[in-house]
Every structure is written in structure tokens, then in C-alpha cells.
Design a protein around this ligand. Sequence first.
Ligand code: SIN
Length: 504
Amino acid sequence: MAPTIPPLKDKSLLIDRAFVNSQWVPSESGKTFEVTDPSTGVVVGTCPECDVSDTEAAIDAAANAFKTFRATTARQRSDMLRKWHQLMLDNAEDLAILITMENGKPLADARGEVKYASDFLLWFAEEAPRIYGSTIPASVGGKRILTVKEPIGVCGLITPWNFPAAMVTRKAAPAIAAGCTVVVKAPGETPLSSLALAELARRAGIPAGVFNIVTTLENTPAVGNALCTHPKVKKVSFTGSTAVGKLLMKQSSDTLKKLSMELGGNSPFIVFDDADLDAAVEGALMSKFRSSGQTCVCANRIYVQRGILPAFGKKFVERVRRYKLGSGFDPSATHGPLIHARAVDKVDSHVRDAEAKGAQIALGGHRMTTDADPGRQGGRGGHFYPLTVLLDATPEMLVAREETFGPVAALFPFETEQEVLAMANASEVGLAGYFFSRDVQRCWRVAEAMEVGMVGINTGIISDPASPFGGVKQSGFGREGSALGIDEYLTVKSMTFGGVEVRP
Ligand code: SIN
């Protein structure tokens, strides 16, 4: 039997409506879609299947609210974000249950995500009062130049399913801190967490029209297009695949929107033979198997120097063997399911391709089909794929060329620093990269040589609201979190004063 889902303490946080202008609304068409638990296939909620007209209503609400919200003081916005943060902490367990229900990650990880998500609210509550301008010495006499930063306007925020709460707050908190208003397109797989956040935003006193949410599964392309083409939307922030990012960028070009694109990765993770072996194994496990491999900063290619490879491979496999797959509500499960059947198909295709090209399967590596599989306990069956370790991976394999986005650790041998850097950088994308070494000279050299936006040096976890998150190359542009994150939602206005008399 699949474990039962714990009841919410506050049942009003399980919401089946979109949120527009502080009202809970059905879609205009009346259509809905089902939200399922990916570990069982059991339906856990329904949401409105919003379309273009619902999205336009949300944009109008946001545009109307912007007229007054832009004039609030930074301190007022900071206080609202702080209240929202506190409400997240007060309702942390319910929010974690909602995340696990719709995303499948273990409850302990969901609790971690709630903390991570709430920290963005606190961080940007602290940044709101520090939106500083500057004064600039003019090139000619009699003039004075200064700059002010202003909120850009209505923002369309398109968020992914892998962090149902944290990706909403990572975008909405800086936008609101800046004085913008937002329309969130919640992911079709995981809309329930976003809606609970909207209810908490309402309770925190965030004014009507400032934070709006539309939900959709089938109409996702049309709703995305509406956000990208609508003239009242001035900025779009998207987290998702590079292919969809390129499409949204094209759609946004007619109205020349400001964009933030946090797109796909293919993270190299390098273990040099001077590394602390145990720390490197721990780091690789954390980076690779976080959210069952479904984060865009998960290690995708694990390069291990020949001298340390046998010891690393042995310890790594031993540690993975101890993990347990299962429903996120099973306290003994360390890892949950994949989000849907397409994800399982993709992961399996990478493993089959690697096997055909000579990789050795040290662990896992085959679809789960027996009645003992966790996904077949009750419901319509879950989307599990066993935690898998592949040895002898090579650059020709799909696991090297594409982001697997699943629980497959592919170990690639290498000989020299030069060789591994060439392999690590041989990718069109450049989001995160990691390496382990105890040689301080090498640490500087390799960190500077890696073509990525974020480097983890002797750590497998780099995500922190204080640190700029974003990529280079086809991993996109813009930075989230950190002191830089708020600038994505601001424009700079310069003011030049003429006729300034200078008295001797
Ligand atoms: C992502 O996968 O897009 C976000 C990962 C993170 O914030 O750590």
C-alpha cells in the first residue's frame, strides 16, 4: 500500500482556482485539469485550465495594480515580503506536504525547499530598501547627472515543476521588492504549491492585482505566448529548457521585453586525484541525486581522474546502493519518482544509448516493471526509475551530450587537467560546474577556465539565495537571487540637470 498523504492542518491551502486580482476564479471556459501524485498516479487536486482570455484578465489586473503599487515605499514592500516569509514558516509543514503531493520529492526535501523558498522572500525584503541610484560627474560644466532605478512594470513569471515553491519566490520576491506586479504561469504538473503561496501572499497584505496566478496544463504554449506578446507585460522571467527559452525569446521580440532566461544545463563534475575522496563522493551524490536528478544544476557528467577512479567508483556505488526509492510520504524513502512518464522514457533512452556504446551498468539501469516497484503500489502507477550508476562513459554518449534530468550518474575517466577541461567545456550550455581538488593553484585555474555561470569548488551544493544563480552560453542570461537579482526587475533612469551655476 502507498503511504497515506498526511492531512493539511489548514485545509484552505489546498486550492482549486486561479488567483486574479486577489479573487479565486475558475477559468472562463470552466475547463479544469487534474494534478496527480507522481509516485502513484493518484489525483490530488484539480485546477482551472486557463487560456489566453484568463491570462489577459490577469495581465490587466497586474497593469492596473502597478499604477499604485509602483508608488509604495520600499519599506512598505519590505514589510509585506517579511509577513509573507513569516506566513510561509508558520505553514511550512502544509506547504511541504503540497510539494510532495504534486512533485513527489521526499517530505524531508520538500521541507528543505520550503525553507529555501521562504529565504528568497526574506532576502528580497532586505534588498527592497537598498535600491540605490548614483551620482555621476558630468563631462561638461554646469551639469549634474544622477540615476534612479524604477520598477519595470508588469512581469510574466513562468516557473518550472521541479521546485514548485522556490522558483515562484525566487522570481516574485525581487519583482515585488522592486515595485513590479506579476502574473505567474504555474507549471501544469505542480500548480498547488503556487496557489497556496498566493493565499499566503493575500494574508500578508500584498495588494490586489500585485501577485496573480494562472494555471494550465494543455494551454501552456498559448498562455506562455500571451505573456510574451502582450504589450502591457514589460518583462518575462522563465526557468525551463533551452528549446522553450528560445521560443519565448522569439515571441518576446516584437514588444522588446526585458528577459531573464534560466535554461538547461549539462553540469560537469570533476574529481581530481588530489581530491579528498570522501568529500568528493558526498559532493557528487548531493549534486547528482538531488530531487532524483531533476534540477538544472545536477551533475550530469562525472569526470574522475584515472588514479582515483577505482576507489571513487567503489565508494560511490556503495553509497547509492543504500538509498531507497519510494513515495515522498514514506519516511524510509530517500529519493522519489520522476515527474512523468516522458521523463522516465528519456532517462531510459540515455541508459540504453550508453549501454549500446559500451558503458557498464554498475547499478540500476532498467525500467521497474514488477509488482514490488514502489510506483505500482496503489493508484495508476508511479514514474520511478532506479538510481543508476554507469561506468566507462564516453563523450559520444547521450549522457554526455544532453541533460539527462534523472537519476543516472555517468562516470567518465580522464587523464589530465587539460583534457578534462576540454571535455567539460565541450557543451553549448554552461549553467553550473563542480570540481574537487586540494591544490589551491589548480582551484583558481580550473574555476576560471570553466565555461559556466556557477562553479562549486569542493562542494556539490551551490544553491543559496545569497549567491547569483544563472548561466552562460545557451544556459541563458540574467541572475536570480543575490544582490543582482532585483536589477532584473528595474530600469535605470538618468537625470541630467543643466544650468547649474557654480559660485566661486
Ligand atoms: C533549478 O533546477 O532550476 C533550480 C535549482 C536550484 O535552485 O538549486
